[in-house]
Unconditional design. Structure first.
Length: 226
């Protein structure tokens, strides 16, 4: 038998090795992206689907935050749609609830997400404190028993008071405003859940702790007890 005398082809092997070395692995690429974000001062970016759009929240390393909207196709902005016409954060969850079911409403996605993590049924406004959702959006909440959780500041209280008035006008018969008397300035539901975690309360007990907070019927608020 004739011995094999041909040398193995090394050119393709070298090319393959070079390509591997020049193309970072998925893990390396992830680390590169993370380093870029850290260098630009962004500590975390979250995306929340809202109807045909995506709400992007960026929490920066210096404690500041920023928000913007994208289309599902990656386009920037809302394409001219008023923010008041958008559904609530977690609006899809409300449609599965029976009439009269309890549901919390918060300002924004962070507080809403904290309550849902703790086992509560919750939705959140997408408009910011200066604007409230339109009637078409709020009507999905009006058939339930909403409990509105305002941020502990004047814009937050005014935001939820305006929403409560519209829900009442839309025929919502049972409507409460939640009171967390020990909340820090600007405190919200996310801060309350953080406090429960700091105390070591088990996650499965947090929904009951939220439900134990005082509530004021909206009719009493209208009578000047705000």
């Amino acid at each position: 038998m004739q011995a094999m005398t041909e040398k193995p082809e090394t050119t393709d092997i070298r090319r393959s090795v070079a390509a591997t070395q020049s193309s970072p692995s998925p893990v390396s690429a992830y680390k590169t992206r993370m380093s870029t974000e850290e260098m630009s001062g962004v500590s975390r970016t979250r995306r929340y689907p809202v109807g045909d759009f995506v709400h992007v929240r960026r929490d920066n390393a210096d404690g500041t935050k920023s928000f913007y909207w994208e289309g599902q196709d990656g386009s920037h902005g809302l394409g001219g749609m008023p923010v008041s016409d958008l559904p609530l954060f977690a609006d899809e969850q409300l449609g599965r609830l029976p009439d009269g079911a309890d549901a919390y409403l918060t300002e924004g996605e962070k507080a809403m997400s904290a309550l849902r993590w703790a086992g509560c049924t919750a939705a959140g406004t997408v408009t910011g404190a200066a604007t409230i959702p339109g009637d078409a959006t709020l009507s999905r909440l009006a058939r339930l028993r909403p409990c509105l959780w305002a941020d502990k500041d004047e814009p937050g209280r005014e935001h939820m008071a305006r929403i409560a008035a519209r829900l009442s006008a839309l025929g919502c018969s049972r409507l409460d405003l939640l009171r967390w008397e020990d909340a820090p300035p600007h405190g919200d539901a996310a801060d309350f859940i953080t406090e429960l975690r700091r105390r070591g309360l088990p996650r499965e007990e947090m929904a009951a702790a939220v439900a134990a907070l005082p509530r004021v019927p909206f009719t009493a608020v209208e009578d000047g007890q705000r």
